[in-house]
Write a protein that binds this ligand. Structure first.
Ligand code: FAD
Ligand code: UDP
Length: 365
């Protein structure tokens, strides 16, 4: 069978491209998805107790990109939601990222923002060159705060010392000299009112879109004919892992349901120094759902399993470069998204990339 466009992978990257091609070019698109559902890692569902859970970890939409916000807003209404995270340090639950509140609570002080500036400046370690995530943290907050908040969390999350990890990872976490304890400060933040899966379902309502679930693209690659392929799966698998397997970090998501209305004080609590898991999410506190029970998720990072995070080391980046060069020789194939581009993209960045690809390469307006 012939399709002018085939999209491998039904995550946000693939669905955005499929939606644009179907709507703007009025062409037929086949979306091939390995899993039994669309949405990729933003997929959410109701568990057996009727609580809405994020099956692949907590997802909070946040962006400064108005076009992306408005684009996704065509498929959902948003619940106002300002994400907050607490972290357990020295036996206390205190706000994360590091803000004036965090430092005052940690050291039992009541500094002003100016006093905090001096306090941190006296601890931060000046560096000529910031090469790793460890350098990022030490140069911002110094040894003690680095050890309490970042070192062990990062070791758990990645199985590596922060000194081995690219600067971009810990740079995701801001340092604020104010009382603003929100996890993100982007202009647009929210949770899709009916959940991410409903949002994704609305994206693919166009009759030009056909979806083949439970199908690995590699297995049907020779059987389907197409004009253009948009591939959003892992880069190495597309090329039969000819340059070796790329490392992706995986996670075991472990759910527990309690016969009580509330489990913890915040939607997410981080555990940098205790336990084998990195954080606990309580879903009702993300979604605003009312229910007499509550479901939580613990995240246990691991090396093997479903690929979730590209590995943030120079060696992995160099290995990925070999695949990227191979991509340049593929005709009428575009590589897009967190897995294919091997980048630690947030949702908004993936949608941005997809919209740009549609406009610049695929001729959508
Ligand atoms: P994916 O969602 O991974 O989709 C790729 C799809 O391709 C998958 O469905 C996969 O099954 C399919 N596929 C792979 N190989 C094949 C194949 N051979 N054939 C067919 N199908 C295939 N972002 C935020 O903005 N905010 C957050 O709070 C946030 N939290 C996160 C928490 C966790 C634990 C994780 C892992 C990610 C989080 N993200 C968050 C990032 C967000 O999930 C991604 O930016 C986004 O889902 C990437 O979309 P994608 O389409 O590139 O990839
Ligand atoms: N991090 C940390 N301590 C924390 C939270 C995050 O050291 O309490 C580091 C860790 O290396 C993590 C990175 O910052 O991988 C990015 O954190 P973020 O919350 O953005 O992770 P994600 O939600 O993408 O898993």
């Amino acid at each position: 069978m012939y399709f002018p466009y085939v999209v491998a992978g039904a995550g946000l990257a693939g669905l955005t491209v499929a939606e644009r091609i179907a709507a703007q070019k009025n062409e037929r698109v086949l979306v091939v998805e390995k899993r039994s559902h669309i949405g990729g890692n933003v997929y959410d569902s109701y568990n057996e107790d009727g609580i809405l859970i994020h099956n692949y970890g907590p997802h909070i939409f946040h962006t400064n990109d108005r076009e992306v916000y408005e684009y996704l807003g065509r498929f959902t209404k948003w619940n106002d939601f300002w994400h907050r995270v607490l972290t357990q340090v020295d036996g206390n639950l205190i706000p994360m990222p590091i803000t004036l509140e965090t430092i005052n609570r940690l050291y039992h002080m009541s500094m002003t923002p100016e006093e905090m500036q001096h306090f941190i400046a006296a601890r931060a370690i000046p560096m000529k060159e910031i090469k790793t995530s460890r350098d990022v943290a030490l140069s911002r907050v110094g040894e003690e705060i680095y050890q309490k908040f970042f070192e062990n969390y990062t070791k758990k999350q990645w199985g590596l010392d922060p000194a081995e990890i690219d600067t971009s990872v810990i740079s995701r976490i801001p340092l604020r000299f104010s009382r603003d304890t929100r996890y993100f400060t982007d202009k647009y933040q929210g949770m899709p009112r009916e959940g991410y899966t409903k949002l994704c379902e609305k994206m693919v309502q166009n009759r030009n879109i056909s979806i083949l679930l439970n199908t690995d693209f590699a297995e049907i690659r020779k059987e389907i004919r197409f004009g253009t392929l948009i591939y959003t799966g892992p880069a190495d698998e597309y090329f039969g892992c000819r340059h070796g397997r790329l490392a992706y970090r995986s996670i075991d998501f472990v759910m527990e349901t309690y016969n009580q209305e509330s489990f913890q004080e915040a939607p997410v609590v981080n555990y940098p120094n205790d336990y084998d898991y990195t954080r606990i999410t309580e879903f009702k506190k993300l979604t605003g759902q009312q229910h007499r029970k509550t479901t939580i998720m613990k995240e246990f990072p691991k090396a093997e399993g479903e690929p979730y995070y590209p590995f943030p080391t120079p060696d992995c980046r160099a290995q990925y470069e070999l695949y990227r060069k191979d991509m340049e020789t593929e005709k009428n194939v575009y590589f897009l998204g967190r897995l294919a581009e091997y980048r630690y993209y947030n949702m908004d960045a993936v949608v941005r990339r997809a919209l740009d690809l549609c406009r610049d390469e695929l001729g959508c307006r």
